[in-house]
Design a protein around this ligand. Structure first.
Ligand code: GDP
Length: 373
């Protein structure tokens, strides 16, 4: 179950975002949305290929991939030292796979800003620092607890000792990187270093998608004076991370409308659309995941696995038994299937591909896993 946590300073629009996405009628028309608990909302990851398969296989069920969105309150300046709700937010951030970082980019005299004037770059700095301080503290704790032991080992030592020393050196290297102002995920780490990093569940290792909450007016005219500095902050500090503008006010308004009313409202506003599908897909992509599909008479279904894994590992997303007894995989490429217009036509055209269990699965593959009898 994949989870993305919503973080940001107080009063930037986190709850508004969360509530609108939970009750989003646009999405609810097309996908089952369901609330698991007040702070967690399950949303379907939009995928046009799944829609096409559903329409063409004429099956009873369509099961999309889901993403859980979690509202994480309590991140304020000084939170890493126990201010505000203090450390309680940390266990929540620790439990998510990725982060939606909401920054305020709307001016409204009725909504106070905890830090004074609206200034997304300052807000980004505050949250960025809190998360880094927390990572530094966690790594320092490990370093303090192990330092003497490592020093006692000296130069030689057993294989086990050398492994401990190597791991320790990696932790020190990562701590220095974070202390110098960087997020862990932006480091250029070797696979061995990544293994050590993964053990420590660091906050700044998680992928971040930045969401700028702009006024309804700015969202509709696609212009906002705070976006350039927000973009610049991201390019300077965490290049490659995505920034998506949305409007809490606009999303709340359209989520509350029924379908004809909404269609009319959107048409009257230059065919505006909700930012949610893009936000969900971008958040999903940030987790380095991909979809593959199974399609049959009972159900078409999107499955999730890490990009670039072997067929066996992809099969494990469905069931361990399938993975363990996997012999070969029948693969249809989505574009081939669409061009052929049906599975039978695709097979007749000789486009069914047989792959071994160690082959790499690719995004959009429609697979049939063949197991040993
Ligand atoms: P949180 O503390 O980050 O969860 O912020 P909230 O979602 O509670 O929002 C704080 C205040 O800002 C509330 O009064 C919202 O109605 C308001 N707000 C949220 N989004 C917008 C927006 O796009 N425009 C305006 N004008 N107000 C907004």
């Amino acid at each position: 179950n994949l989870r993305i946590g919503v973080v940001g300073l107080p009063n930037v629009g986190k709850s508004t975002f969360f509530n609108a996405i939970t009750s989003s009628a646009v999405a609810a028309e097309n996908y089952p949305f369901c609330t698991i608990d007040p702070e967690e909302s399950r949303v379907a990851v939009p995928d046009e290929r799944l829609d096409w398969l559903f329409a063409n296989y004429k099956t009873g069920n369509r099961t999309p991939a889901y993403l859980a969105v979690i509202d994480i309150a309590g991140l304020v300046k000084g939170a890493s030292e126990g201010h505000g709700l203090g450390n309680s937010f940390l266990s929540h951030i620790n439990a998510v796979d990725g982060i939606f970082h909401v920054v305020r980019a709307f001016v409204d005299p009725d909504v106070v800003h905890v830090e004074g004037e609206v200034d997304p770059a300052r807000d980004l700095d505050i949250i960025h620092n809190e998360l880094r301080l927390k990572d530094t503290a966690m790594l320092n704790k490990y370093i303090d607890a192990n330092q003497r032991n490592i020093e006692r080992m000296g130069d030689g030592g057993s294989v086990e000792d050398r492994r401990k020393k190597d791991d320790f050196a990696v932790v020190v290297k990562v701590r220095d990187w974070v202390q110098q102002g960087n997020d862990v995920r932006k480091g250029d780490w070797t696979n061995k270093e990544i293994e050590v990093i993964n053990v420590h569940h660091l906050l700044t290792a998680k992928p971040v998608t930045y969401l700028a909450n702009v006024s309804e007016k700015d969202y509709l005219r696609k212009k906002n004076k705070f976006l350039p500095i927000t973009k610049k902050w991201i390019d300077d500090n965490n290049p490659g991370d995505k920034l998506i503008p949305f409007s809490g006010a606009f999303e709340t308004a359209i989520a509350a409308m029924d379908e004809p009313q909404r269609a009319e409202h959107l048409a009257a506003n230059g065919n505006a659309t909700s930012a949610f599908p893009k936000i969900i897909t971008t958040g999903y992509d940030s987790l380095s995941l991909m979809h593959f599909f199974t399609a049959g008479v009972m159900e078409v279904r999107a499955w999730t696995c890490r990009k670039g894994v072997k067929m066996t590992d992809a099969a494990r997303s469905i069931h361990n038994d399938i993975a363990n007894s996997l012999i070969q995989v029948d693969v249809m490429k989505f574009d081939d299937l669409k061009a052929a217009s049906s599975e039978a036509e695709l097979k007749a055209a000789g486009k069914l591909i047989i792959r071994g269990k160690d082959a790499r699965i690719e995004d959009g593959d429609i697979v049939y896993f063949r197991s040993g009898e």
